[in-house]
Design a protein around this ligand. Structure first.
Ligand SMILES: [Zn+2]
Length: 294
């Protein structure tokens, strides 16, 4: 099979100067010719975090950096570890390390086997070299660009606030999490149970969104995956949060078109990003309970 990803620019960086770095790993819509999927593109596109890079597109206007993927997450998922390989997808053994984690068991490893509703993406098996190509053409450049943006912010400011930006369906599908049928809150903040960011920052974002009338869940059912795990090192003042926006706030999940809520959601996110840009996380107050502060 001819591998044609290389001419594709795998990502875009909109550089900023502040200590706020945003990244959108799942909103890419450039489907490489060598994908070889069996499902219709309209079905495959449901896997996207469609429009998330546009939702946060104001980033350079407020001095923040935005890194966003061009490749679709169903081609290779930048929010998975390199060992999250699904052996059921391959036509030959994988020679590198393998990790049989929960995402792989859902058919949603580094390269997805199934869509959220359980539909198989391929009617074939992929060769290990095909997967290696996707890693080298997309996954590695994406993580390198994000790491460079984070390193630059830390060098300039002594810390970074990194928001890993996603969107989620209004209702969890059968294979999207281990909680099928769950009606998602407006926002889900993930810090992998306090390990990828200072809990005071998590609480700050939670309070901000609650204060704007949104419903918020923390670490459930999304606690953050590979990107915040890899780049969030709070002991080194590298604070990473995953933020899931409910798609119903800004788009029609059937047509993938933005709806009239987009501007409102974007205005709230811009306000949040501005608040985070002016925040030195080393000076945050201790987290109290939201109820005690109400
Ligand atoms: Zn996502």
């Amino acid at each position: 099979m001819k591998l044609t990803t290389n001419p594709l620019e795998p990502l875009t960086v909109l550089p900023g100067t502040s200590a706020l770095v945003l990244d959108s790993p799942h909103s890419g819509t450039l489907y490489p010719e060598d994908f070889g999927h069996a499902v219709a593109l309209t079905v495959l596109r449901v896997a996207e975090d469609t429009g998330v890079e546009a939702l946060w597109g104001f980033a350079p206007d407020i001095g923040a950096t935005l890194v966003h993927a061009s490749f679709p997450r169903s081609y290779i998922d930048a929010n998975r570890a390199l060992e999250d390989i699904d052996p059921l997808l391959l036509d030959a053994p994988w020679t590198g390390p393998l990790h049989d984690g929960p995402k792989v068991r859902l058919g949603k490893g580094l390269v997805w086997r199934l869509l959220d509703d359980g539909t198989p993406i391929y009617q074939r098996r992929l060769s290990p070299s095909e997967v290696t190509h996707r890693i080298d053409a997309c996954w590695r450049p994406y993580h390198a660009a994000l790491e460079a943006a984070i390193d630059t912010a830390v060098a300039r400011h002594g810390y970074v606030i990194h928001l890993n930006c996603h969107s989620m369906p209004a209702v969890s599908a059968a294979y999207s999490t281990n909680h099928p049928g769950l009606r998602h809150a407006d926002f889900v903040i993930g810090d992998r149970d306090g390990t990828t960011a200072d809990p005071r920052l998590t609480r700050f974002v939670e309070r901000f969104l609650l204060g704007h009338g949104y419903t918020v869940s923390v670490n459930h059912p999304y606690k953050g995956v590979e990107i915040v795990r890899r780049h969030g090192r709070p002991a080194e003042q590298r604070l990473s949060l995953q933020l899931e926006v409910n798609k119903r706030l800004y788009m029609d999940e059937q047509t993938l078109d933005r709806h009239e809520g987009f501007a409102l959601a974007q205005a709230a996110l811009r306000e949040l990003a501005e608040a985070l840009s002016g925040l030195d996380p080393r000076r945050l107050q201790d987290p109290g309970s939201v109820l005690a502060d109400a």
